[in-house]
Design a protein around this ligand. Sequence first.
Ligand code: AGP
Length: 632
Amino acid sequence: MCGIVGYIGKRKAYPILIKGLHRLEYRGYDSAGVALINEQGQLNIYKAKGKVSELEAYAADKDTGGTIGIAHTRWATHGEPNTVNAHPHYSESERLAIIHNGIIENYAVLKAGLMEQGYTFRSETDTEVLVQLIEYTQLNEHVDLKTAVQLALQQVIGAYAIAILDKDHPDTLIAARKGSPLVVGVGQEEYFLASDATPIVEYTDQVIYIEDEEVVCIRMSGLGDEGISGTTNPLDITTINNVQKTPEIKRLELSLSQLEKGGYPHFMLKEIFEQPRTLTDSMRGRVNVRQDNIALSGFIDNKERFLNAKRIIITACGTSWHAGLIAMYAIEEFAQIPVEVEYSSEFRYRKPVINKDDVVIAISQSGETADTLAAIQLAKSKGAFIFSICNVIGASIPRVSDSGCYTHVGPEIGVASTKAFTAQVTALTMLALCIGREKRMRGLGDEGISEEQFVRIVRELGQIPNKISRVLEQEKRIADFSKTFTYAQNFIYLGRGYNYPVAMEGALKLKEISYIHAEGYPAAEMKHGPIALISQEMPVVVVAPHCGTYEKVVSNIQEIKARKGRVIAIVTEGDEVVSKIADYVIEVPETEECLTPLLTVIPLQLLAYHIAVVKGCDVDQPRNLAKSVTVE
Ligand code: AGP
């Protein structure tokens, strides 16, 4: 939540900052703002409510000069989304400007203390408290700005990624992080700061991932000397307790074309259509169809941890949690290890029983979700082994995990997760298959997966990208009948077994981007309550591929039709039963039961997308949401 970007160098900062904000807009779009120190040493702040384009319009006739600046796109936490609460915020004397991503939890106590000292506040934000505290500390302790930042941050409880400008030191940019991401881009005599690498990628591929409680100080006067490894070092990293750190420069694996729409009207549609390729990328070097094998290095390196696990706990949020539920079915079926799937936000606070021989699998596209990060830290403190499934390379969650597996689908920019979900399900299925096969080969149980079944599924995994392409061919038809459903106020999604989480995922997609209320339910539970909602006005999406419970789901569809409900069914190609009773039918190719979610979710993604488009909703940036949820 919230995107921060900064620049110091020899170019004009403003265009770089604005472009960076556009790249980070997926993290929040309640307001945007920029602070620049111009050639005359003036500190100018411009802010606007709404998207970055509003800020651009507002600043169009203003002085946007200067080669140093910071900028922010906000997802509101403390204080409503208006211009006053927009970042950057000045300190009392208007000498300092700050931008912040995160939450200062003890801001009220700090604010009261500062007010007693005569400090006044313009906004309702926790961020303004921080910049005032830094200025107060600097004046009171008679220290330089970096030391003031260190001392102030020692008093802070909460999460932050911050960047600060000082009008009296127009050659210096200071930043720090704890719990919220921060990357430094190292260019030729210029440095970039950002919440993730997307604003940096077109200028440099050299990055430094800042760690928790580290403070970065970049001094312009040092630029042009010997670079960060030389004796005169423009970039200095210390901890908030002033322990010196050595910056570790990494090479960025991200290309500019991955950040563009490539001719699609929305990132979400582009990402839905990328899935045949992204799943191929996810399986590359892992699934070997010729040798009927799966090689997952995170598993190979930690076999004993998985084989000795008495229990696997999966923790995640939102779409990633749905992927975790599907994994529960696969791991219990193939590996015969009990699995619990937990919302990270509940798990972290409910004093769960965690043992040293538990394996905790954390799933996160962004790798930055605050609740999942906290859940991992809790499990780690109890000695559990942490394995993460993440997409963003170098993000916080993979860095604090013991091992893991990247999904390799490239940047997912649409707020509604699509290609990350199918890759998470694929990675988790591969893991379940690896554990199951290894257990059987070592004679640790013969109720799991047989060799024949393993080989069949591996071969079928190789077919999945082509089968997804076949589902995508039905887009036009799905778009056509989507128009019929824009009137609906409510939807129910039903599924069973592996496709129950798919029903929940389909409902989440619709809610997020079309603002239609939708609920995902296990089909057989309908009769225990939701059946009361069925009427002509209620569209019911039923995920009913040929699986073990197919006949039961057919009965559920009959029950809906008997009450005049309108059924959209996702069925296996050639289905002759459901096709006759459902109002709309979308076919997916036949596949192994455990892999059906990879196909059945595609029409649900397209259905949600097209309903949202017809309703005129902002598909890529739905209201109130942000891609990366780095606050509680
Ligand atoms: C998915 O469409 C959502 N935007 C959201 O539920 C998301 O999956 C959730 O916030 C978890 O994010 P993560 O995978 O980055 O941890």
